[in-house]
Ligand binder design. Structure first.
Ligand code: CTP
Length: 393
């Protein structure tokens, strides 16, 4: 999601850094617009480093790219934290004296503001009237909290905590998302089959693509169940995760969750075989000699089984990670795989020693059951996730 974070000139501006950071860590692209006054309280280099983008202030810079309109038009969400009494008055009056004011007027995105000021200013009739005007226009006001203010005084006026602002802002976007009311089951990561108490056979899937799908679906309003097999990425507490290790555990967790799902997205890389026997104690090389022979037995094909038993209206999406580099041959493999698996869509990507697994980007083609290409995406795993969800919709 593209988020504009507006920062106005109050002492709480230093806390806006945490707001920006939380959005970035959640995988969003953040564009900070600070007022001149805000930059007296917090440094531009700090905001640029944390947001990973240039910070804009000036209305008369970037005119050739029509920046005062472009930023607002591209935004999915605008969050102003802290919002001063002066800024609330400006927004309520529809004034656009600076880049932030212009950006908000030129946007259709939801606007969330987190006021911060002294109690007297907050309780002033002018401020309260401005807040009521903004609320009537659909602006979401977060806080202010009651507590210690900058001086020795305390009372209502303290900016809400950054985590509360971020959570409230995401609720606003989720409530208007195109997947509201849909229940989506996502598998992510890679299963591991134990050989003995300390060793396993596994694969290099980190879970990044599956987790990106879960986050993107939740951000679009879906109720998401994530089954994670040995995830190497953190999952925000807002997503419910069932952790599994082996293919058998994944199969059991999927079977339990499928009946309540409108869509099943199988991004996990699943071990096709498991050791026939798992040694109760560590396998010792003195007892094995120069070679060690393992007998592997086939695991169930979860995607095939879910596709074969899906109910009317359920959509099943599989993944095919292939080492084939020729695009046509890769598609041919994808077409054969979707025919074998019986799912509704197959997301085909190429993986190798340095591509696909554990990286931040991906490049995929999406096939339907007839083998036609119905979607293509490349870029961040979040962008690819959103394209897959577009096809699902
Ligand atoms: N899959 C599954 N159960 C398995 C193997 C794979 O559910 N035992 C799912 C994966 O989650 C993925 C899709 O099937 O969505 C394709 O996985 P992939 O490993 O590419 O396919 P395989 O059937 O294992 O075929 P192969 O490894 O021979 O290419």
């Amino acid at each position: 999601m593209k988020i504009v974070v507006g920062i106005t000139g109050g002492i709480a501006a230093y806390k806006a850094v945490s707001v920006v950071r939380a959005f970035v860590l959640a995988g969003h692209s953040v564009q900070v617009i600070a007022t001149d006054a805000a930059l007296r309280f917090v440094g531009k280099p700090t905001l640029e480093a944390i947001s990973r983008n240039p910070v804009y202030t000036e209305l008369y810079e970037g005119v050739a790219e029509v920046r005062h309109v472009a930023l607002g038009q591209a935004a999915d969400l605008i969050v102003v934290a802290p919002a001063t009494a002066n800024f609330l008055a400006q927004l309520a009056g529809g004034f656009a004296p600076d880049l932030l004011g212009n950006t908000i007027l030129a946007s259709r995105a939801p606007v969330v503001v987190a006021p911060a000021m002294h109690t007297e200013m907050w309780q002033n009739a002018a401020t309260q009237t401005n807040v009521a005007t903004l609320e009537a226009r659909g602006v979401t006001i977060v806080g202010p909290a009651i507590g210690q203010l900058t001086g020795n005084d305390a009372g209502p006026g303290r900016m809400s905590e950054p985590d509360d602002i971020v959570a409230a802002a995401l609720v606003v976007v989720v409530a208007s998302g195109d997947l509201v009311g849909r229940r989506i089951l996502v598998t992510a990561g890679g299963t591991r089959e134990p050989l003995d108490p300390v060793r396993f056979i596994g694969n290099r899937s980190s879970g990044k693509q599956g987790v990106a799908i879960a986050l993107a679906a939740a951000a679009r309003g879906a109720s998401v169940t994530l089954i994670g097999a040995n995830l190497e990425v953190e999952v925000p507490a807002t997503i419910a995760v069932t952790h599994v290790g082996t293919t058998a555990e994944l199969a059991a967790a999927v079977a339990a969750a499928v009946p309540g799902a409108d869509a099943v997205i199988m991004a996990a890389a699943v071990a096709d075989y498991r050791p026939e026997t798992v040694a109760a104690a560590k396998i010792k090389k003195e007892l094995q000699g120069d070679t060690l022979k393992l007998t592997l037995v086939k695991n169930p094909d979860i995607l095939h089984d879910v596709s074969a038993t899906k109910t009317v209206g359920q959509v099943v999406i599989g993944f095919a990670a292939e080492t084939e580099t020729d695009p046509d041959a890769l598609l041919a493999l994808g077409r054969a795989k979707i025919a074998r698996k019986g799912c509704d869509f197959l997301v085909v990507n190429s993986v190798g020693w340095t591509t696909g697994f554990a990286t931040d980007g991906n490049e995929v083609r999406i096939l339907n059951a007839a083998g036609d290409i119905v979607g293509e995406a490349s870029g961040s795993k979040r962008a690819v996730a959103n394209r897959i969800l577009d096809v699902l919709l």
